[in-house]
Ligand binder design. Structure first.
Ligand code: GDP
Ligand code: MG
Length: 729
């Protein structure tokens, strides 16, 4: 017999942790809502007949967000055999709102009170007997993280699968119950008895999606409507508020009966930390400090040393093993180069392998240590609960500018990779806010942009600590400014919906979880270097070594190659930005395939491996073709312009509209160009006092930019491009 068990609960209640522990799979455990938008299925460890479903986290079964719709459609259409309602034991009151609704669906419900490790630590007591009586379902104490109580929970759930349906113990006030009975009788009598109550309540709440699902006729709706109106007049409130108010009253009474709080009114350690960390004045400086530490340590210190070793040693001429004076290990290009020479391989193949493949891919792989350090930091910040605070802190600031707080989740996910970041924007209800978030998420430097940042910081700024953090804050500033500018245009006006987010208590993430998360992301970076980057550098090597010289095609000097011809043809575009050499132009273009390609391309074009063999400092040739200012302008352009193909594809899918897609890509690129131009031209003016047509342009652009930031918003709710905007009033 096969059994399906669904895990339902609030965001952050530990569903995914429990799911992973039940199925032995390795789903992403996130610390913010919206990570699980899709439901995920797995098989119970050791019993293939039992399927486990991880549903998106929800606070209610209302139809207002994608998560709610996905979860409830699954529950009412697929009707799993059992629902495990996982609730956060440190916050039962809020969690029970969903519980009261789950018990109305007519499916056996088992309540797993999670985070018991924390509850026990706090000294609070939850009375399972009373809770069971009040809600009519079995209660199991668990800790998904510590894996306690999980076996008992599984056993109970399997047993409940063929048992009786949970019967809701709560009744609404007399007149509401009267109306519900009336609705059941009028339009729901054909449904199985145990399902009627859920539908009746939803119809009472005027849930249009449910009315549609039931295919009610206009006549039937009018009939019910009459009843609802009467109740509303009597109770002097709208029907939805009547239902939720009664639910809250009921939950209050349960809490009184079942929860004994120790040290009432005293602050927990988490609350104490939050008093400082989310303090009105301290929050922002602390956030800035944390991010400076994260980027400085990963790019310039710990990660920087390791990368120097990788670049100069492993992918360079070699290194002393463990620093021992006379144990010299030659670098990969040297070993491979010697081997190729020994077997007498053709010169062009030697060049392709050593300068092209090892030079290009090696240049990218050389940055793996820094990426791994960054990933450790990100996994820790997320695991301990600080990321959720960042969303909260930034929300407070951005709200002042009329921007939606929910945008931060995609942006924070985007620090790892833009693709899941863009996908996470699905959870934003307001259409215009969602589009705006899709357009701006990739401004934040993702892991693939880190090598570019690290390269510029190392090769042109002598490893200055501030370069990497500045890239991060430029990303945030770009999002903020774009938000303000776009919000004032006709296309994006409208109020933003309030953003409610529960801050999980701080806790030390396990070392295993951090390493796992680091390795997963790091591995996909390495895989990318072995596939798409490899292909790209081979392409770059061929096109930069072949061309037409003296009327015949063959291997040529790099400056006469096909790629140089192409680069020179487009380089003029970037002259105003300060980096009009063909190599930089080509790198910016190959960066569209994958951002690591910027570094890979430089690796090939600046004869990375060869230079290293001569014992010269790597990247010196690169440094010679930039100034500090032009390098910084190059960095900004590559950070802000259209992202890589994968992210561009994600934008295309999420926008689901060609014009919007091109608008997004166009906006990003124009924005990047304008900012880089201003930085370079004004920088030149203020450093060496050069003044020209570019400077005039820069001033004009800056003035326009400031005007766009401060002008009065357009009040028009019609959206361009022929789409109708959801009106959030
Ligand atoms: P979901 O949003 O419901 O899928 O929740 P997750 O499984 O992603 O967990 C949210 C956070 O709570 C993560 O940081 C988990 O490590 C943490 N967590 C989950 N279960 C427990 C538990 O039993 N005890 C403690 N202390 N933390 C937990
Ligand atoms: Mg989850």
């Amino acid at each position: 017999m096969s059994v399906t068990i669904a895990l339902a609960g609030n965001p952050n209640s530990g569903k995914t942790t429990l799911f992973n522990s039940l199925t032995g799979s390795n789903q992403y455990v996130g610390n913010w809502p919206g990570v699980t938008v899709e439901k995920k299925e797995g098989k119970l460890r050791g019993n293939k007949d039992i399927s486990i479903m991880d549903l998106p986290g929800i606070y209610s079964l209302s139809p207002y967000s994608l998560e709610e719709v996905v979860s409830r459609n699954y529950l009412i259409d697929e009707r799993p055999d059992v629902i495990i309602n996982i609730i956060d034991g440190t916050n039962i009151e809020r969690n029970l709102f969903l519980t009261t609704q789950l018990t109305e669906i007519g499916i056996p419900v088992i309540i797993a009170v999670n985070m018991m490790d924390m509850v026990d630590k706090s000294g609070n007591k939850i009375n399972a007997e009373n809770l069971k009586k009040a809600l009519g379902c079995d209660i199991v104490y668990i800790s998904a993280l510590k894996n306690t109580g999980v076996a008992e929970l599984t056993e109970l759930a399997i047993k409940a699968a063929d048992g009786t349906k949970t019967i809701p113990q709560h009744s609404f006030s007399g007149s509401v119950e009267h109306t519900l009975a009336h609705i059941e009788e009028a339009v729901l009598h054909k449904l199985p008895e145990e399902q009627q109550r859920f539908y009746a309540i939803k119809l009472f709440e005027r849930d249009a999606k449910i009315a549609e699902k039931l295919a009610l006729t206009g006549e039937q709706i009018a009939h019910i409507e009459e009843d609802i109106k009467r109740r509303e007049a009597e109770l002097d409130d709208d029907s939805e508020s009547i239902i939720s108010a009664e639910r809250y009253k009921y939950i209050d009474s349960i809490i009184n009966d079942c929860l004994k709080v120790k040290n009432k009114g005293q602050l927990s350690i988490s609350d104490k930390i939050d008093k400082i960390v989310t303090n009105r004045f301290l929050a922002l400086p602390i956030f800035v400090l944390v991010m400076i530490i994260v980027y400085t340590v990963s790019v310039t210190t710990v990660g920087g040393w390791a990368t120097d070793w990788a670049n100069d040693g492993l992918f360079g001429d070699g290194f002393h093993l463990f620093g021992i004076e006379n144990v010299w290990i030659p670098g990969i290009p040297v070993i491979v180069g010697d081997a190729l020479e020994a077997i007498g391989c053709a010169e062009w193949l030697h060049g392709l392998i050593v300068d092209g493949i090892i030079g290009g891919v090696g240049a990218v792989l050389g940055f793996v240590p820094q990426i791994l350090v960054l990933f450790i930091f990100l996994a820790f910040l997320e695991g301990c609960g600080y990321m959720a605070r960042i969303a909260f802190i930034l929300d407070r600031i951005f709200r002042k500018f009329g921007l939606s707080g929910k945008s931060f989740i995609p942006i924070l996910i985007g620090t790892g990779c833009g693709v899941p970041g863009i996908m996470a924007s699905r959870t934003i209800e307001s259409d215009s806010d969602r589009k705006m978030t899709i357009m701006t998420t990739t401004f934040i430097p993702c892991a693939a942009k880190l090598p570019i940042i690290a390269l510029i910081a190392g090769a042109l700024f002598g490893g200055a600590w501030w370069v990497a953090p500045s890239a991060y804050f430029i990303g945030i500033a770009a999002i903020l400014c774009s938000g303000v500018i776009l919000k004032k245009t006709r296309m994006f006006t409208g109020d933003t919906l309030p953003f409610v987010m529960e801050l999980p208590p701080y806790h030390f993430p396990t070392v295993g979880a951090i390493l796992r998360s680091m390795w997963e992301r790091g591995w996909s970076f390495i895989k990318k270097a072995g596939t798409i980057i490899l292909l790209a550098v081979i392409f770059v090597w061929f096109t930069s070594n072949f061309g037409i010289e003296d009327g015949s095609f063959g291997m040529v000097d790099m400056d006469n190659s096909i790629l140089a011809a192409f680069g020179n043809a487009i380089a003029w575009i970037f002259v105003p930005l300060g980096w009009g050499n063909w190599q930089a132009a080509v790198a910016a273009i190959t960066g569209l395939i994958a951002k690591e390609n910027v570094v890979g391309t430089f690796g090939v074009l600046f004869g990375f491996a060869e230079v290293a063999e001569d014992g010269a400092e790597v990247w010196t040739l690169l440094a010679a073709s930039f100034t500090a200012l032009s390098a910084y302008s190059f960095l900004i352009f590559n950070l802000l312009c259209a992202p890589c193909f994968a992210a561009i594809g994600a934008i295309r899918r999420e926008m689901n509209n060609v014009r919007w897609f091109w608008f997004a890509i166009g906006y990003q690129t124009v924005f990047a160009y304008a900012v880089s131009l201003c930085v370079y031209q004004l920088g030149m003016l203020f450093t060496i006092g050069s003044f020209g047509i570019g400077t005039v342009f820069a001033f004009a652009l800056t003035a326009f930019f400031i005007y766009m930031l401060v002008r009065k918003p357009k009040k028009n709710i019609r959206l361009g491009f022929g789409l109708k905007q959801e009106v959030n009033v």
